[in-house]
Design a protein around this ligand. Structure first.
Ligand code: GLA
Length: 758
């Protein structure tokens, strides 16, 4: 039920609380402040005037007695003043708001920009009503968090001449997060254009306000960048006056910059201090801005990418932004990661897979690339089936249409029986008889010019009239804005999965979008192409993934080109990089873990020397690092010695023993490979009785003091035994006194320690 403006004016506080029966979202009718809160956190904003909603607080839990700080100061004559509905004027330039608009005397980064057909771009939105519910409505056409964990949702609605803007919020009892999105509806009788529609906006006040400290940065941005083969490396940048932006214009969240932004005061560490996070549940192009304003607030906003975005909203139409997840912790970056990991495991990743053991796969790609035949695959199946523990054999690229290299075949999802020597069903039966499941590779969003599909439907390829189409990996993109193309591809893929008894799918995307044009959109809607292409991808996911609820779908995009929370809604795990060198992987897994749970990182052991990096790394180290995600292998088992096969089998047994820790444990990043010679991850079981610490020393440096490990998150007074060291100590002794691991000789060697409380 919506509460109209006049209604809450009359409602007294205690009545209101009694009516609602719980306290997670609370509205103080006197101050008109909304408090969204759980045991440890408060997010607050208020309707300061019908025309101005002011953001007040996001952080540690407060009482219900916040007040509006001034900010409205109009003393200086040159200040541009905005007319309020009571006849007074206010300076909105410094007011932290829940959505920011240009043309209101606010010259900072806007989060909403609209335009009428007559060119008018000023919209003075006025508060209308709000609603608090236990339910959480899905965002139409795109992934979003599920309700649960005592969640509660709030929607606050504004209007300007028939145009409605609704801000949507959800808060959870079990995680320190606020999920936000925005809905814009056109109930007027003429079209309008949306030129910018951010999912969220809010501001942080400086941690210690000090006029004299204006030359130092109050905040640090922590974010993930890289490229194909070097994804999700952690970057840290001090923020000073001006706007810092991370974005992607590639039609995917991208390997270049990930849609995660951490914000910390200077003194925050891995385990101590305040940390904020922003992450988008969106797999397409995006923008996240962090602007240090003249009064040293940090104004944050973001969502879909803005460059070229222009969405026509006809009368009766509605536009919904993706959901942004704002997280808060007082336990440093590891605490922030814990909030995201818990939230995504509990409320985003499909529940049928989220906390369940996953397959240990053998994928032949790195061993054979396109050079394989049915005979070679069967030999590999035979060799793999001899290794207890590997339970799924995955056929990668090249099994369909005419596809012996990257130049042809995409879109022809018909089995190449000549190459396989049998039907896929017969091959599948062969794999199953050997005691394994079958997995298969698809790239459903693409089309090769040299394909039967392109010959039959050239209009389904994204091309720009009168221009030569840009190519990436020799392929073009399917126009997923066109529902016919989506229906055709989903039926073709579903037929293969259904007919061939397949349990696992690797879903790839091997190029960025680049034309900025959809053949199926009219000229005045071309500015919608980028967003609609991502919505088309989600509709393809709905039609394929929802049709096959027992199949595990793994996401991939030239490695980690699409590692994001939108993907996790459909894909419980993602191939986070084509880089399988265990040393480079420590950097990638370290960064990805900032936001995405280890259960979503697909990590495989590949050959040594590594194909890309050339490093020679022991099989034990490669296994230990891959076992910090969903373990798999990319080796040619036919070439492996008996000893190596035994080692692999032992690795898998050890992995299965510790799998609950990887699926549900709390992660502490004890050492960053970018900041020291050591990489170290610690996983602690939810009840704190079992701990696993994995350490890699990068280089053997002669005559140097080794690293000391200080475990975190133990029960202070409980006794923990380390079987590898043969030592028993109290939790507080392990945490305060630590221990120094000893490594065998050589570079890139690992050590694994367990601490067990029984
Ligand atoms: C991408 C993936 C690889 C492999 C190839 C197949 O590059 O990241 O793992 O599947 O495609 O073409």
């Amino acid at each position: 039920m919506f509460f109209p403006h006049f209604y809450f004016r009359k409602l007294c506080l205690s009545q209101f609380l009694m009516m609602r029966g719980n306290h997670m979202i609370f509205f103080d009718e006197n101050s008109k402040i909304f408090y969204l809160e759980n045991e440890s956190m408060t997010y607050a904003f208020g309707i300061r005037s019908d025309l101005v909603t002011q953001h007040l607080w996001f952080g540690k839990r407060t009482g219900h007695d916040l007040a509006y700080d001034s900010y409205f100061d109009c003393a200086a004559a040159h200040v541009v003043k905005f007319p309020l509905d009571d006849g007074t004027f206010a300076n909105l330039n410094h007011v932290p708001r829940e959505f920011h608009q240009l043309y209101t005397g606010d010259f900072g980064m806007p989060s909403l920009m609209l335009e009428r057909e007559n060119g008018v771009r000023r919209f003075d939105f006025s508060f209308r009503d709000y609603q608090i519910t236990k339910e959480k409505a899905p965002i139409p056409g795109m992934p979003s968090l599920r309700a649960g964990g005592g969640s509660e949702s709030l929607s606050v609605r504004y209007e300007c001449d028939g145009i409605f803007v609704t801000l949507l919020y959800t808060i959870y009892e079990d995680c320190n997060v606020v999920a936000r999105s925005m809905k814009i509806e056109n109930r007027s009788d003429t079209p309008i254009y949306l030129n910018r529609a951010a999912s969220f906006s809010f501001s942080l006040v400086p941690p210690q306000y000090n006029d004299m400290a204006c030359r130092t940065a109050d905040w640090t941005a922590v974010y993930l960048s890289g490229g194909s083969g070097s994804e999700t490396n952690v970057q840290k940048t001090p923020l000073s006056r001006g706007t810092f932006t991370i974005d992607s214009r590639r039609g995917a969240s991208s390997a270049s910059l990930n849609p995660f932004l951490g914000i910390t005061p200077r003194e925050t560490t891995e385990t101590t201090g305040t940390a904020y996070g922003i992450n988008l549940i969106w797999s397409g192009s995006f923008t996240l801005h962090a602007e240090v304003t003249a009064n040293r607030c940090l104004r944050l906003s973001g969502g879909i990418e803005e460059t070229g975005f222009r969405w026509k909203l006809n009368p009766g139409d509605m536009f919904c932004t993706p959901e942004a997840v704002l997280a808060f912790s007082t336990e440093g970056l590891s605490g922030l990661s814990w909030e995201y990991h818990t939230l995504y495991r509990e409320h985003l990743i499909p529940t049928s897979f989220a906390k369940k053991p996953r397959p240990v796969v053998l994928n032949h790609w790195e061993a054979t690339r396109f050079n394989y035949s049915g005979d070679i695959l069967r030999q590999m199946v035979d060799a793999t089936s001899e290794i207890p523990g590997i339970d799924t054999f995955v056929i990668d690229d090249g099994w369909f249409g005419k596809r012996n290299d990257i130049s042809s075949g995409l879109g022809d999802w018909v089995v190449n029986e000549e190459k396989l020597g049998t039907s896929l069903r017969e091959f599948s039966d062969y794999v199953h008889k050997k005691g394994m499941n079958l997995g298969i590779w698809f790239e459903p969003e693409m089309i090769s010019e040299d394909s039967d599909l392109c010959r039959a439907h050239p209009e389904w390829a994204i091309t720009t009239p009168n221009y030569t189409t840009l190519r990436g990996r020799g392929q073009m993109m399917l126009d997923l804005v066109n529902p016919e193309a989506v229906n055709y591809i989903s039926s073709a893929v579903n037929r293969i999965i259904r007919d061939s008894h397949i349990e696992y799918v690797k879903w790839d995307r091997n190029r960025d979008s680049s034309e900025g044009y959809s053949p199926s959109l009219p000229p005045d809607q071309q500015g919608e192409e980028d967003v609609r292409q991502t919505l088309g991808f989600y509709s393809l996911c709905e039609k394929i993934i929802n049709e096959n609820p027992n199949v595990l779908f793994e996401g991939c995009a030239s490695g980690g080109g699409r590692v994001d929370a939108g993907m996790l809604y459909y894909f419980p795990q993602i191939w986070i990089s084509d880089q399988t060198d265990a040393h480079a992987r420590t950097f990638i897994q370290y960064g990805a873990s900032l936001c995405y749970p280890l259960s979503s990182h697909s990590c495989h052991v590949s050959r040594s020397p590594n194909r890309r990096a050339g490093h020679v790394i022991p099989l034990s180290s490669r296994g230990d690092i891959a076992a910090l995600g969903m373990l798999g292998y990319e080796l040619d088992i036919r070439d492996m010695s008996k000893d190596e096969c035994q080692q692999i089998s032992d690795q898998i047994s050890a992995y299965r023993r510790d799998e609950p820790l990887i699926l549900e444990g709390r992660l502490f990043r004890l050492s960053s490979p970018a900041e020291s010679n050591y990489f170290a991850f610690e996983l602690v079981s939810p009840d704190k009785t079992k701990v696993r610490i994995t350490v890699m020393r990068q280089l053997e440096l002669f005559n140097r003091t080794g690293m000391r490990i200080y475990p975190c998150g133990l029960l202070e007074n409980a006794k923990y035994t380390c079987p590898e060291l043969g030592i028993s100590r109290q939790g507080k002794t392990w945490m305060n006194y630590g221990f120094t691991p000893e490594f065998s000789q050589g570079d890139f060697v690992t050590d694994v320690f367990h601490l067990i409380n029984e």
